[in-house]
Design a protein around this ligand. Sequence first.
Ligand code: PTJ
Length: 239
Amino acid sequence: MIPKNHPRYKSLMVRESLAAAARSGLVSLEGLAAHGRGEAFDYLIGERTTASAAEAERLASRLILSAVRPVFSVNGNCAALAAEEIAVFQKRTGVAVEVNLFHRTEERMQQVADHLAAHGVEVLMGECERLVPLAHDRGLCLPEGIGSADLILVALEDGDRCEALRKMGRVVIAIDLNPLSRTARLATLPIIDELTRALPAITEACGTEMAGDLHTLAASIDNQKFLADALREMRERLA
Ligand code: PTJ
């Protein structure tokens, strides 16, 4: 039992719920390590949304509003941390939600989809094909989802998929607390913020921001600036 007045109450509760999700198989054991890495970077950035991340979140909402086929790619960690926020985000934006797992089994795919559906998310389901050229299972996706999306929102993953999607001409928004990760460095737009802070901020901005031409807008984004801003914030806190 974690006392409510514990100074790290929220963080400990999130850990506890992720540990339970790992025991049930919703989150992979590796996902717990990924969460710990995120916690460390969140500490460094001050566990708050920086002005630069808020700007990225507004930009993200413009990109999403400008996309014709936006898809949110959700893994076990995302589903366990933010199913409710994903449901609200989807209702506001109409974004398609597809489950994409690194530690993929058909059983886990269904488990993540069921968890999202139980929180009101409409999950795209069907026959996956290897449409993203990757040797591992993140390459498997739905032809009517990530396979034909013009914009893909990814969160809490570091690896080669973002690079592959960019090479396919897709716009990629990455929510990732680690500004040094491959995914953050290679995304069209990196959002260096915690998932459950970033998603509501993007949802809210969708109510005020305007759509434009997706690729013109994407080409105008300086992703290095957002990475540099986050690294500067972290350095300042360390100094
Ligand atoms: O559910 P699966 O099978 O698809 O497994 C997911 C794994 C664990 C494989 C996936 O999440 C992963 O590859 O994790 P990585 O490589 O550790 O990358 C996760 C990134 O997300 C790291 O850069 C973390 O800093 C970051 N991160 C962790 N928690 C959060 C976060 N970023 C934003 N908000 C968080 N809550």
